[in-house]
Design a binder for this molecule. Sequence first.
Ligand code: UD1
Ligand code: CA
Length: 484
Amino acid sequence: MIIDGAILAAGFGTRMASPLPKVESVVLGETLLSYPWRALLSLGSRLDTIHVVVRPEGFLGDPGLSDPNGRKPAFVVQPVMDGTWGAVEAVAQSKPFRSGKATHLLVVNGDGPLLDESLLERFASLGEALPEALCLATAELADPRGYGRILRNAEGSVIDIREESRASEEEKRIHEVNAGIYLIPREILLSALSRIPPDPVKKERFLTTLVSWVVSHGGAVHTFPMTPECMLGVNTQEELATVTALLRERINRRHMERGVTLWDPARTDIGPRVEIGAGTVVMPQTVLEGATRIGASCRIGMGVHLTDTVAGTKVTVRDFVVATEARLRDGSVIGPFAHLRPGTDLGEESHIGNFVETKKTVVGPKSKVNHLSYLGDAEVGSHTNIGAGTITCNYDGYEKHRTRIGSGVFVGSDTQIVAPVRIGDRSVIAAGSTVTSDVPDDALMLSRASQEIRPEGGARYHRRRGERSANKNGPGAPKKKGQE
Ligand code: UD1
Ligand code: CA
């Protein structure tokens, strides 16, 4: 038995009332489509080719179909949006399916993000016991509205699926619904090609019509019960919010079971690919998304937003830190209010303080950038202190240039470093300097106007201003009695 997978993702999803195609809607930082994709990937080598049916226009953005093992989807264009059967037919007629050896096609809807991987695995293995049957997953829903109802005969065998649009009042009271997950034997698929008539009301060709077609040709239809939760589909913005809440709960529960402390799981958004080590504490209103990986025993503050960021162990990320594609090594301390842009690599036990922005910058172990600084395209050695208000002037209006700062360096506050430039090991840069050329190791560098003192000059200033000003109580004005 060889199984191909297929995800139906060509529908636009007009009920979402959004200019974005439905399957590109974002749920916890990942596209809706990526959820069934990952569920199918979890079947590993049990699936041969994974087909993804798309609209002729393709996607608006990145559909998010990545795989750590490098597996790629086989895209199939559905030429006209003529319904779910049209989508399956496009797969059956595609070259990869035709030339492949699949005995079965496992079909899932692209808008169902809650598919349970172990249930899916059991469903896929039905093909072993019932190689010739059309298998479909069903669920008992308290509120079956919007779903196709399963019609059974007096013996209890499935005879048809009735879509809501055509269901009678009596049929609408059926709670057993079609989950939108099918295992179709190749033979059935190929013999039904061009034989499924359009729905008389919707004029679309429904994949669900295949059930009555198989029954009328003497074939077997087998149903497999799924949990109501794992089949929920997204057709409206409200349903998108409902599945987001369910996924949040599911993902957060998994992290808590593995020893992660979430102050408030209802207010913490963690994407499905995120990994967190045991003993790590995450405060509320924090968003961890993409391929973010956090080690053990870290503290992640509130309002933190980490995307594709990798943190080691015992890392402290204080409140309101935003980081994208950054690397935070063991024991580093970041924030509050820091912005770490792509290519930031913070060494072990380094410190990044408030209102610091970094981009494509490596900070060595135990170095500190504690206040109000911008480091772009820079390299900082170990044990270096970057004073408050240090700016790397990395952009000359045309190109970006690199700054290299050695180890054991002291950069005084309010220093501008005009790149490209290199500052040697153990050197000292006096506060308020502008560095425009290389500084050798062990040197002291200072570039600022020398200080001038005019005795009593300040007092004269206040007298003059105070006499002319309506505000007689300026900062330096002599205080009247009783005014202290
Ligand atoms: C479908 C089923 C319904 C089932 C429900 C489960 C049909 C006719 N109905 O209804 O019985 O209870 O799923 O969630 O299948 N798509 C295409 N090409 C098209 C039309 C749709 O690829 O021409 C894709 C969509 O992108 C979507 C999936 O097929 O991912 C399902 O389509 P949708 O319109 O959402 O079907 P439902 O009305 O929800
Ligand atoms: Ca749907």
